[in-house]
Design a protein around this ligand. Sequence first.
Ligand code: PAF
Length: 289
Amino acid sequence: MVILVNYIKDVRKFITEWRSKALSIGFVPTMGFLHSGHLQLMKESAKTCDKVVVSIFVNPTQFGPNEDYDKYPRDLKRDLKLCGEVGVDLVFAPPVEEMYPEKTFIKFHVETLADELCGKHRPGHFAGVLQVVAKLFNIVQPDYAFFGKKDAQQLIIIKRMVEELNFPIQIVPVDTVREEDGLAMSSRNTYLSEEERKIAPKFYEALKDAVALLSKIGIEEVKKKTIASLENAGFKPQYVEIVDLKTLQPVGKLEEGKEYMIAGAVFLGTTRLIDNLWFKFKKGRAVLI
Ligand code: PAF
């Protein structure tokens, strides 16, 4: 049976009890409207930890003024049922006033790591993500926290926050879960019309083709070709970039033995999709990792 709590004091009550029994705690922060990608994070958490805590909170501070905060899909009843099926012990679903009872004065500022990719197009987004994740980490005090590689920039920035600010938490990256046709799972996929849903998997195809091309032609040419093929398929690409996996800075040339990521964001109608692939440059070839 999943326990549902809405208030911080109740989370703390359970955490204190579990800690007194020396139980380990795994945490999966989410914005709800769960899909198989989230469930995979929860299953990994259940494998590693004695207790699994999930938060369901659509965090207003990470949405820009023209983004989809109001229309972001929500269905707590369905989410609770799914959590129950994968061994979650406690769901924390606070109202906005519980997380932000008044104006906040303390903000995060992310150097460089948020300058490119999604950060470039969503000003303030990662500051908002760190604000809520830091709060959630202090509320839940987990030993492990699980994040999907689909939101790679988020994962890398959160890992950096945990290291630099000495949170006693291990961040566990989990592979992107895809639909059978390759489309990366996302709560926003529900916005797609039937027609758009048929086009959507071509995004993943284009990124795979780009990685194959990187063994043959230069980065700038690969980016141009990928953007053209996405446009032909019916997407409006926001960016396609190849970055160093550690610094998240765009690179002009691949170096032997180093790890990189090709990442993109595209619009399909009004829906924004993101995806990425990680690879290593080995013996002159880009090899997926
Ligand atoms: O990835 C998400 O769903 C959100 O950015 C997170 C980590 C739950 C913070 O609101």
